[in-house]
Design a protein around this ligand. Structure first.
Ligand SMILES: Nc1nc2c(ncn2[C@@H]2O[C@H](COP(=O)(O)OP(=O)(O)O)[C@@H](O)[C@H]2O)c(=O)[nH]1
Ligand SMILES: Nc1ncnc2c1ncn2[C@@H]1O[C@H](COP(=O)(O)OP(=O)(O)O)[C@@H](O)[C@H]1O
Length: 197
């Protein structure tokens, strides 16, 4: 399903990088921060999730997401191919398990950009994972970013803001919080937390 490291020698479990999870409300800037970080540090591997959501303009299958049908998602879940999955604002999203484990085994730092429900599942199944919460500078700024992105209808924005209230309340469940005021700064802090720099 996803590209795997070629010719990589497995590293012993205690020398493997920790799996890092980045969560936070829709529109807080997760994708922006991750894109910025990976431009300078392409060695960080970002898991590509499967989703039943329809692609936005410019989103590519296999790059931003694996865009799947409801039936295909049912199969991925039934076959145990997902490390975690959740329904978010009317669509399902899940992390393909195999590619994540293969990259960690090869010593590659792995980042998951997933929602709160997914982060909770990773906490259960991979207790060594580092859970990072990305918070907005304020509620008003979150609304501004989500609306300003212009990718969702007012109705979808409303659903995402509803989910955002629950997600913001769950911040104490995370190992650490980064406030997304400056993309550059947050990207740097995230790299440091991942021991990449
Ligand atoms: N649990 C889980 N959540 C995911 C996964 N992939 C993406 N998400 C989350 O689903 C939510 C909606 O994602 P998306 O529709 O791309 O909107 P965006 O994050 O606001 O650009 C976000 O909180 C994502 O982090 C996944 O594999 N599992
Ligand atoms: N630090 C920031 N300051 C101002 N705008 C930002 C910042 N980070 C992200 N944005 C903007 O906010 C919007 C939502 O960001 P995005 O990365 O799509 O969020 P998410 O992936 O968390 O849903 C985008 O229009 C993006 O350009």
């Amino acid at each position: 399903m996803a590209a795997t490291p070629r010719g990589a020698t497995p590293v012993p479990p205690d020398e493997r990088p920790r799996l890092t999870v980045l969560s936070g409300p829709s529109g807080v800037g997760k994708s922006t921060v991750v894109a910025h970080m990976r431009k300078e540090h392409p060695e960080v591997w970002l898991s590509v999730s499967a989703t039943t959501r329809k692609p936005r303009p410019g989103e590519q299958h296999g790059v931003h997401y694996f865009f799947v049908t409801d039936e295909e998602m049912d199969k991925l879940i039934a076959n145990g191919e997902l490390l975690e999955w959740a329904e978010f604002a009317g669509n399902r999203y899940g992390t393909p398990r195999k590619a994540v484990l293969e990259h960690l085994e090869a010593g590659v730092p792995v980042l998951l950009e997933i929602d709160l429900q997914g982060a909770r599942q990773v906490r259960e199944s991979m207790p060594d994972a580092l859970l990072v919460f990305l918070a907005p500078p304020s509620w008003e700024e979150l609304v501004r970013r989500l609306t300003g992105r212009g990718t969702e209808s007012p109705e979808v924005i409303e659903r995402r803001l509803e989910a955002a209230r629950t997600e913001l309340a769950a911040e104490p469940e995370f190992d650490t919080t980064l406030v997304n005021t400056s993309v550059e700064e947050v990207a740097r802090e995230l790299l440091a937390l991942m021991n990449v720099v």
